[in-house]
Design a protein around this ligand. Structure first.
Ligand SMILES: C[S@@+](CC[C@H](N)C(=O)[O-])C[C@H]1O[C@@H](n2cnc3c(N)ncnc32)[C@H](O)[C@@H]1O
Length: 374
């Protein structure tokens, strides 16, 4: 089978997390800002789309070249064998992005690339200037960085964070791949208890259950490659069947609580859709009433940020309460994703480590407090 130069894209700051995940799936990787490269065939495209918990998309790098002017961009694009990739009726939207390059007009770049492909296909299929674009979608993108152009085909379609289990949005949910990436920054592998005491729509708990059960996170959804006419459809069916045989039992408790019963109902629907409702103990509980007999596990939470849900003052008094409530549970590694720079002061402890991240456009820190193992 043909080998491709593949790469994944991901949220800022998660390159190493995605690279590690790819390595654990058996790939050799090379990391750049915002991208991790690896090689593979169609079966690998299926495997990575199906199994990557932390990435956004898997793309095929079609061609890379230098271009300082539109003529070069047009000619190099025209030069590719587009009819091999795109059937005559293919719908092929072209997304353009240009950073620190001479060709800085993104709409300009996009339309030149589109024009070059249309003209080449018209020549290859002997059609004069008209392509119906009525068939399946082949999402293309052109990315220029410091005058190096990359033409790629997206094999994923809608981003991998859309697992397909979330039907309703409660509060301010984390994206599924963002929640999985946070879990991958902890030692969580399902062999210790996990508690999310501010679970909202349940994303962290559900992603934890999927990790603990070894469920392929893409099991419920479709991918762009399903529509590619040269793609072997049996590969996806086989990979989904194989994934089913790898599912394990959850042996350690996953506890998800929240003060708000209505968001818990949403969390339960999401957990049901993800097939993990029986694996998570949901309960309504305010932080001030938190107590557990569990030991040596992980507490992980995404408390409200002053900016987004409540005002800052009440958020900060909640962080103070969290500090007091969680202090006795020193056998737990504790992790909190917070956008408030005063968090450590309110919480009353200095984090062992903090990692700068972006939750959407919001600059946040992932505060990590190590356990005192007795
Ligand atoms: C930012 S949201 C969490 C979103 C969640 N990670 C998700 O992906 O859906 C914060 C949650 O903290 C809960 N919360 C606020 N104050 C609380 C308290 N005192 N005790 C327990 N939960 C609280 C809110 O109801 C809300 O669901």
């Amino acid at each position: 089978m043909q080998k491709y130069q593949l790469y994944t894209t991901m949220g800022a700051g998660f390159e190493s997390v995605v690279a590690k995940e790819l390595q654990s799936l058996g790939y050799q990787t090379r990391t750049e800002n915002g991208r991790v490269f690896f090689k593979g065939d169609q079966a690998d495209i299926v495997k990575t789309n199906l199994w990557l918990r932390t990435a956004d998309r898997v793309k095929i790098l079609l061609k890379e070249f230098k271009a300082m002017d539109f003529d070069t961009l047009y000619n190099e694009t025209y030069d590719f064998d587009w009819a091999k990739l795109l059937p005559v009726d293919a719908k092929f939207p072209v997304q353009g992005r240009s950073v620190r390059s001479k060709l800085h007009s993104e709409p300009g770049v996009q339309s030149i690339v589109k024009k070059a492909i249309v003209n080449k296909m018209a020549d290859q299929y002997h059609r004069r200037g008209f392509l119906p674009e009525s068939g399946n979608e082949y999402p293309l993108d052109v990315h220029i960085y410091k005058n190096t152009v990359r033409l790629s085909l997206d094999t994923t379609g809608s981003s991998l964070f859309k697992r397909g289990y979330r039907v309703e949005h409660g509060g301010a949910p984390l994206k599924e791949n963002f929640a999985a990436s946070l879990l991958k920054l902890t030692p969580y592998d399902g062999t210790h208890p996990l508690i999310d005491p501010m679970t909202g729509s349940g994303t962290l708990a559900i992603e934890a259950a999927l990790i603990a059960k070894n469920v392929a996170p893409g099991s419920w959804r479709k991918f762009a490659y399903d529509g590619f006419d040269w793609f072997n459809p049996q590969l996806h069916k086989d990979a989904v069947e194989e994934a089913k045989t790898k599912v394990k039992k959850v042996n350690e408790p996953i506890v998800a609580s929240d003060i708000d019963q209505s968001v818990l109902e949403i969390a339960k629907v999401n957990a049901h859709n993800a097939g993990v409702l029986q694996d998570i103990y949901f309960k309504q509980l305010a932080i001030k009433d938190f107590a557990t007999d569990l030991k040596n596990g992980i507490i992980i939470a995404n408390p409200p940020y002053g900016k987004r849900l409540k005002d800052r003052e009440s958020a900060e008094s909640l962080y103070k309460q969290m500090g007091e409530v969680f202090k006795p549970y020193s056998s737990f590694n504790q992790y909190f994703l917070v956008g408030d720079p005063n968090f450590e002061k309110c919480f009353g402890r200095r984090a062992n480590k903090k990692r700068k991240l972006f939750n959407g456009n919001l600059r946040v820190d992932f505060y990590q407090f190590w356990a005192n193992k007795k």
